[in-house]
Design a protein around this ligand. Structure first.
Ligand code: SF4
Length: 444
């Protein structure tokens, strides 16, 4: 079952939250102590780099590399922001981490702040996560009281304040530059890049933004070492474990921690209990609503960044939504696209108007009033809206498309992500789409 390696969830107990006493008894804050007393900030960055930790919020960018971009020696304040604005449909992993073990995030945040030499950090939390906010507030107060937070932490000379900020509650706030605008009290439109936040971020100052799960990994890397962390993954290029969320047509919907690289089918069968009501597997979204569908032929693909990219999808948030054989994939795609269209910030035309057009076309096909031209128009829209925000290839170990193109038609990845299921629908379930038109109704 491969649940024997529990790193981030090692302190998780059903219905319980571990606060300071329990966290310390389980070895908590030892990694912070080690970093502050036995390592230089640069050594912490190098350890995280060597561990191969990649962003767990969906982008997969190497964390240590991102940290190394922050300008060192530049006078003035720098910021660290934890992105806890988890609002992707089907994704609920950060919530599980915060409910179970809020000090784990705070320790990771403080080690990262030390590595970056930032003295102010923010936790930007989804507005609806009231229960998480209460736990984080209590944990921050406990950490401050115990000397892990605030001035001269553990007598090391390093000081850091952590502030909790409640999001205003829109999906686009999870995009890192929209998040920064929101944190500054502005309208949360994404910003043009460059300048990248590591150079000009919050209030124009160098800023690093990391996801909750990413930061929660940091104490374990410092405590256990880069080699141990890398060795946790089952794939050669992978590193560490991943919180996998299971939802949809499964017998068991839950969050589990697994080594990176467990095959998709094994996760669905063993950890999700298989497809519900004795039905057959038809498709899944492997990493949240903004990833492309995968089908039966992909069940042996390892849940890891590169393997899923090779299968024309993405690891994303690793929260898997399963669809059984009675699902109309067109209706499922329509449901997702309605969400993205509603959450578009309206800044650029392909996203604001294009997504509304895609919803209209999908509704027409699902409602049985469409013709072949509508399918062609849908294909056209999908082609024109997607692929516009990501471009080029980075050199070195990344080999992936993570550089934002300035002057592209859509400004941020929301439009691209919205088109991932639509593009996969037309590629993998074209027959079903055609059948709607031929029959003049939904065949399901
Ligand atoms: S792609 Fe959509 S969400 Fe992103 S900036 Fe443009 S309109 Fe806003």
């Amino acid at each position: 079952m491969r649940e024997d390696v529990q790193v981030l969830f090692k302190n998780r107990r059903p219905g319980e939250t571990l606060f300071l006493d329990g966290y310390r008894a389980a070895g908590g804050y030892q990694a912070l102590k080690k970093a502050l007393t036995r390592m230089t900030p640069e050594e912490v960055v190098e350890e995280v780099k060597a561990a191969g930790l990649r962003g767990r919020g969906g982008s997969g960018f190497p964390t240590g590399q991102k940290w190394s971009f922050i300008p060192r020696g530049k006078p003035g304040i720098k910021y660290l922001v934890c992105n806890g604005d988890e609002m992707e449909p089907g994704t609920y992993k950060d919530r599980q981490l915060l409910l179970a073990d809020p000090h784990q995030l705070i320790e990771g945040l403080l080690i990262a702040a030390y590595a970056l030499q930032t003295e102010v950090a923010y936790i930007f939390l989804r507005y609806a996560y009231e229960d998480c906010a209460r736990r984080v507030e209590r944990a921050l107060a406990e950490a401050r009281q115990a000397g892990f937070l605030g001035d001269n932490i553990l007598g090391s000379g390093f000081s850091c304040e952590v502030r909790l900020h409640r999001s205003a509650g829109r999906y686009i706030l999870g995009e890192e530059t929209a998040l920064l605008n929101g944190l500054e009290g502005r309208r949360p439109n994404p910003r043009a890049k460059p300048p990248f936040p590591v150079n000009e971020g919050l209030f124009g100052r160098p800023t690093v933004i990391n996801n909750v799960e990413t930061l929660a990994n940091v104490p374990h890397i410092i405590g256990g070492g880069a080699a141990w962390y890398r060795g946790l993954a089952l794939t050669e290029d992978g590193a560490g474990t991943k919180i996998v969320g299971l939802s949809g047509h499964l017998e068991k919907t839950r969050c589990v921690e697994l080594p990176l690289g467990v095959p998709l089918g094994e996760i669905i069968e063993h950890h999700g209990g298989g497809v519900w009501r004795g039905r057959r597997f038809k498709a899944c979204l492997p990493g949240g609503a903004s990833t492309a569908f995968l089908t039966r032929e992909h069940l042996s693909v390892p849940m890891d960044f590169d393997a899923l990219t090779a299968a024309r999808s993405r690891l994303g948030t690793a929260c898997i939504t399963v669809f059984d054989d009675r699902t109309c994939m067109l209706a499922a795609t329509l449901n997702l696209t309605r969400f993205f269209a509603r959450e578009s910030c309206g800044w650029c035309t392909p996203c604001r108007d294009g997504l509304a057009m895609v919803v209209w076309l999908l509704e027409k096909i699902e409602g049985g009033t469409a013709n072949q031209d509508d399918i062609h128009m849908l294909q056209d829209q999908a082609r024109n809206i997607s692929g516009q925000t990501m471009t080029g290839a980075m050199s070195g170990p990344m080999r992936k498309d993570y550089v934002f193109k300035v002057g592209a038609r859509a400004f941020c990845p929301l439009a691209d992500g919205a088109m991932a299921p639509v593009e996969a629908l037309l590629r993998l379930f074209r027959d079903e789409v055609e059948e709607h038109v031929k029959k003049g109704r939904c065949p399901f």
